[in-house]
Design a protein around this ligand. Structure first.
Ligand code: UGY
Ligand code: MN
Length: 245
């Protein structure tokens, strides 16, 4: 029997660990026939929203807000995306970036799951706004973090000033770890895709595994060490390329 009244979930002023046993589903405007689990939002202190959508057959999703850009990553199943005249099919590990004020519609013929990041877009004088981006995570180039071959990073969005957000995957061989306790102005939303290990957040150390979500506020000291016999991998959002003044 599992122990009731116990959870690894913990919410602190500068970070949160959110584990699947505590996820609560609710409808969200724009998403039909779809259960939404809001993981991270301004209510927590974040400057973006990260949520999982569980689409039923016939489920759909549209943008109902102005000036909000969206990044959606398919975790399971397949989702059709209509944007402008184009129609795409996104299978697992395919993703789409929709610039702010770009009408679009996601549709699922069978059950599908995506993780979605919505964020207000901050335009920059003299810099072009981004275009739609479609991609497939396993096909993106991978490079070692700070020369460590055991820790590979894939940038899923173009690395240029048009974008005020980045979404990357980080893959750690067993025993690989961040080389420093990163403490930085950018905030993060993270979804563990596989494996697990120990995450340091502020002065707390947490055991973490696939399915867990983490919010790290700006300046939250952070470190991860991978455990187990297979690689550990997470999807991580951060805000980039803008002054906060
Ligand atoms: O990009 C990052 O800041 C990343 N290395 N942070 C993290 O993994 N917690
Ligand atoms: Mn970081």
């Amino acid at each position: 029997m599992s122990l009731t009244g116990f959870t690894r979930t913990r919410v602190a002023p500068d970070h949160a660990l959110l584990t699947p046993d505590t996820f609560v589903r609710a409808p969200l405007p724009g998403w039909k026939n779809t259960a939404c689990i809001v993981h991270i939002s301004p209510e927590l202190g974040a400057r973006f929203k990260m949520y999982t959508v569980e689409m039923e057959p016939g489920g759909s999703g549209e943008m109902t807000l102005l000036d909000i850009q969206r990044f959606a990553y398919v975790l399971e199943g397949a989702v059709a995306l209509e944007v402008g005249e184009a129609r795409h099919t996104l299978g697992a590990h395919r993703y789409a970036y929709l610039p702010a004020n770009t009408p679009h519609r996601f549709e699922a013929a069978a059950r599908a799951r995506m993780v979605v990041f919505d964020k207000p877009y901050q335009a920059l004088a003299g810099v072009e706004v981004p275009s739609v981006v479609l991609g497939h995570e396993p096909e993106m180039p991978s490079s070692p973090l700070l020369g460590d071959e055991a820790l590979q990073v894939r940038l899923l969005l173009p690395d240029n000033p048009s974008f005020d957000m980045a979404v990357n995957t980080m893959t750690f061989e067993p025993g690989a770890h961040l080389s420093l306790v990163e403490t930085h102005v950018m905030e993060h939303g993270l979804l563990f895709l596989q494996g697990g290990g120990v995450y340091r957040l502020g002065d707390h150390w947490y055991t973490v595994q696939a399915g867990d979500v983490i919010w790290m506020a700006s300046y939250c000291p952070q470190w991860f060490g991978a455990l187990g016999k297979t690689p550990s991998k997470y999807l991580i959002y951060k805000d980039v390329n803008r002054h906060s003044l």
